[in-house]
Write a protein that binds this ligand. Sequence first.
Ligand SMILES: [Zn+2]
Length: 258
Amino acid sequence: MTTRRAFLASSALAATAQSGFRWPDGKRLAVSLTWDDARLSQIDIGLRLLDELKLKGTFYLSLPAMHKRIDGWKEMIRQGHEIGNHSTAHACTGNYRFTRALEDFTIEEMARDIDNATADIEATLGVKTRQFAYPCGQKFIGRGRQTRSYIPLIADRFDTGRGYLDEMPNYPLTCDLSQLMGTHFDGIDFPAMKAILEKAARDGRWVVFAGHEIGKSAPQTTDVEALKQLADYLKDPAHGIWVDTVGRIAKHVNTSRA
Ligand SMILES: [Zn+2]
């Protein structure tokens, strides 16, 4: 069988498998809007913008950044946004050179780091985080033969764990909620966002957009103008899109395929 034929056969199989899964109210796909790192622009620009656009997001907070806008995060919660956990140390591979390297962590240290963030967010904002985003989308500690995945830590503690810069949005029937795919959101214009959604609609996927700053288009910034156009597109009933927080969509995925 040629590669192309094998691909088509597997696509047909996937379409058949997905027939056992339904999004609510006849929707064709699901979308979550998420931002990481407790960046100040999420409060200073995002809070009012999302209120105007009537969109609810999931915000993965890291420490100590959260402490710079405590009242802002409390207002986010009042407006119905979801607060997730993005760890304390924000550890990534040492190649990034901005934090202590994941290669040097033990699994016990990673557990303490995550539990510390959970406790601090709960003590400060009064919410227990049920969703996690892997800093830099990386899911390991150690190096070489001593490398271990820390996904089981997340599966023990949270309903979901989200990655970053993943190529493929989530296929609800088969995706692992502890390693949800996170789709690039920063620095792209509305046509690029729309293209992602049109492709995802073909086989009923869940797109979890993952951004950082909210402002004028830049490499680590979700563009305000693109976001406004996206909001209109998401709300048009003709497109059949369920937009909601990661927690609410994950709950539907989890119960509907059980
Ligand atoms: Zn981050």
